[in-house]
Design a protein around this ligand. Structure first.
Ligand SMILES: [Fe+2]
Length: 244
């Protein structure tokens, strides 16, 4: 690679995000993510760290619409930095989030649907209470901040890679137009489940070490990461980490 100690250090010393002011948080996160997007050596180093850091690896997960790696987590400085990779499935259910966040698009693109929120500004809502607001096209270099109570949908090109910084948890759970789940259920063989028991995030689980290795390999093939350490090298270096 190699990445200098100074380059590794700026995330831990120079960054302090104020999530109480979203305009300020957006400017701060955009600056961090642009800087990181331009430094593939540092980004490669951050992704490779998961092979050595069991806490970061344990925080990686497979979400219904993306795989997510945690690259840096320092709550005292308002930093929760992740890298997301979309398999090409879509967030078809309008939803909000437990936290506000900023996204920067590294590869790929997606159609982004922003919806208005009628009725209560927070909490449960149905699709009828979330009329269309705005449709944007997010491309490489796009960067936006979404407040936790805002409702959106995304339709992603397969292989879309984003850098993501999220703020502190603002609500116990996210909310979604669950009435749309019934319209989207196409597998008649699936055991019916009461809508109140289902979540738009059903299927979320931890990411296995072998899945991390494959993901890191794909990111390298896409040119997002440098091919500095092969998956074989990582496994050999860390014999206690057997692919699951
Ligand atoms: Fe979302």
């Amino acid at each position: 690679m190699p990445t200098s100690v100074a380059d590794q250090h700026w995330l831990g010393t120079e960054v302090d995000i104020d999530w109480t002011d979203l305009r300020s948080a957006h400017a701060q996160c955009r600056s961090v993510l642009r800087r990181l997007a331009a430094d593939s050596s540092l980004l490669t180093h951050l992704v490779d760290r998961l092979a050595d850091d069991k806490d970061l690896l344990a925080d990686a997960d497979h979400h219904p619409v993306m795989d997510r790696l945690t690259l840096w987590h320092d709550p005292d400085r308002g930093i929760y930095l992740r890298l997301h990779v979309s398999p090409g499935t879509n967030e078809l259910i309008p939803h909000d989030h437990k936290y506000s966040f900023t996204t920067y698009i590294l590869r790929g693109s997606y159609t982004h649907v922003w919806r208005r929120r009628e009725g209560s500004y927070q909490g449960d809502f149905t699709s009828d209470q979330a009329p269309l607001g705005l449709v944007t096209s997010e491309r490489v270099g796009s960067c936006y901040t979404l407040g936790y109570s805002l409702i959106h949908q995304t339709v992603m090109e397969a292989g879309t890679v984003t850098l993501f910084m999220r703020g502190p948890k603002e609500q116990a759970r996210s909310y979604a137009a669950l009435d749309m789940l019934d319209r989207l259920t196409v597998d008649a063989a699936t055991e019916p489940v009461a809508s109140e028991q289902r979540r738009h995030t059903d299927g979320e689980r931890g990411l296995g070490f072998d899945e991390y290795l494959r993901l890191r390999d794909r990111l390298s093939a896409q040119g997002v990461l440098e091919p500095s350490v092969s998956p074989t090298d990582i496994t050999t270096t860390h014999p206690e980490r057997r692919p699951s």
